[in-house]
Design a protein around this ligand. Structure first.
Ligand SMILES: *Cc1c(COP(=O)(O)O)cnc(C)c1O
Length: 382
């Protein structure tokens, strides 16, 4: 027998109450029944985004909403500033280039966070730039960016702030309206606790205004068309009905727990994870600004092939964590602690890590990491 545990920063585990919904008979989407469901989902998405704006639901993974946020807003040749703190920041640069924009990329050390002063300098050097595109939480390194400051800088320079909040929205506090985030994006398989296949995007009034002068090609991902459909509790094309039914349930769970409690839970789970890996003598990659969503850990020098850590945990023990991507491949592993995640998901991950480190020849005093996590839970209740 092998029991499995999913501890990755997307997909995250799907609650049983949600996955049981996918076995129900299908409903048709152009019916009052679906429209009623959609209305509830629409209201609850606004709650999660902390916005009065409409949150559009697109059939496609998170990258679809990133793609739409470029193709529906800008003009050919526009200069945009992209913050590349990792694989997902790099994706902004790639999408901008694919649509014929002129991306000015600020590339950071992997694991580092943005210094707002550096952004100010870049903004001064490119005063005609239309927007700043960034991640609130860069999942590939486990580092957060100073979203509120980025938005302030964008606002005073007359630029749009375009925030990929895919492992931030519903993870830690990110009030779209209060912080004047112009475009905010999230995806299904992260804090929203449903399987991959949907992405979400909301635009400020300023962003909708800019969208009117957009001259980039788009057809399927047409945000103005989606907004019109949304007003009638519909989507432009056939919605992914089953996923939206699942979303109705997961959003009810989110509302019931409440954003404040959710943010606190993620914060403590992240703290416990960091305390545990440090107690094991390991080093955290994103030391300056660690994310509440995911903790990235450097592979100790005692272990030659870092890819063996996630592989052994998964293949031998059924515990799936994430490795490093691109230049971080084999150099880090990542423990996720958000979404449908509780104290004993953290201790399971750490316990398995202790076993595997020991097997791979890294000396471990068993229980040291787990103990540090438990101490954290005893100290900070939630
Ligand atoms: C998961 C993720 C994405 C989206 O990736 P998809 O595979 O398209 O869902 C984008 N940005 C961040 C920060 C992510 O964590």
């Amino acid at each position: 027998m092998k029991k499995t545990y999913l501890l990755t920063p997307g997909p995250t585990p799907v609650p049983e109450t949600v996955s049981s919904i996918f076995a129900r008979p299908l409903i048709h989407h152009r019916t009052p029944e679906f429209q009623k469901l959609f209305e509830e989902v629409k209201a609850n998405l606004k709650y999660v985004f902390q916005t009065e704006q409409d949150v559009m639901i697109l059939a496609g993974t998170g990258t679809a909403a990133m793609d739409a946020s470029v193709s529906n807003l800008f003009r050919k040749g526009d200069t945009v500033i992209t913050i590349n703190a990792g694989k997902f920041g790099e994706r902004w640069t790639q999408i901008a280039a694919a649509y014929g924009l002129n991306p000015i990329e600020m590339k950071l050390e992997r694991g580092d966070t943005l210094d707002p002063k550096d952004l100010e300098k870049t903004v001064q050097a490119h005063p005609k730039a239309t927007a700043i595109l960034f991640q609130a939480s860069e999942t590939s390194t486990g580092s957060v960016m100073p979203t509120q400051q980025i938005c302030k800088i964008a606002q005073s320079a007359g630029m749009l702030s375009v925030c990929d909040a895919i492992t931030a929205c519903g993870v830690f506090n990110l009030p779209m309206d209060a912080w004047a985030i112009d475009v905010m994006i999230t995806g299904a398989q992260k804090a929203l606790m449903i399987p991959p296949g949907l992405s979400f995007v909301a635009l400020s009034e300023k962003a909708w205004k800019l969208a009117e002068s957009c001259d980039l090609p788009h057809f399927y991902l047409d945000l103005a068309k989606e907004r019109k459909a949304l007003a009638k509790n519909q989507t432009a094309w056939t919605p992914a009905t089953s996923l939206i039914q699942g979303l109705q349930e997961s959003l009810r769970m989110i509302r019931e727990e409440g954003l404040e409690k959710i943010f606190r839970r993620h914060e403590i789970l992240a703290l416990a994870t960091r305390n545990a890996v440090e107690a094991l003598g390991l080093e955290i990659l994103a030391k300056k600004a660690p994310s509440a969503a995911v903790t990235s850990v450097k592979v100790p020098s005692t272990i030659r092939d870092g890819k063996l850590i996630p592989r052994t945990m998964r293949e031998k023990y059924g515990v799936t964590i994430a490795g490093g991507q691109d230049e971080l491949e084999g150099k880090i592993f990542r423990l996720s602690h958000f979404g449908y995640c509780e104290k004993f998901d953290v201790t399971t991950g750490i316990a398995c890590l202790e076993l595997v480190l020991n097997e791979l020849g890294h000396p471990v005093e068993f229980g040291k990491g787990v103990g540090a996590a438990l101490k954290t839970f005893a100290e900070f209740s939630f």
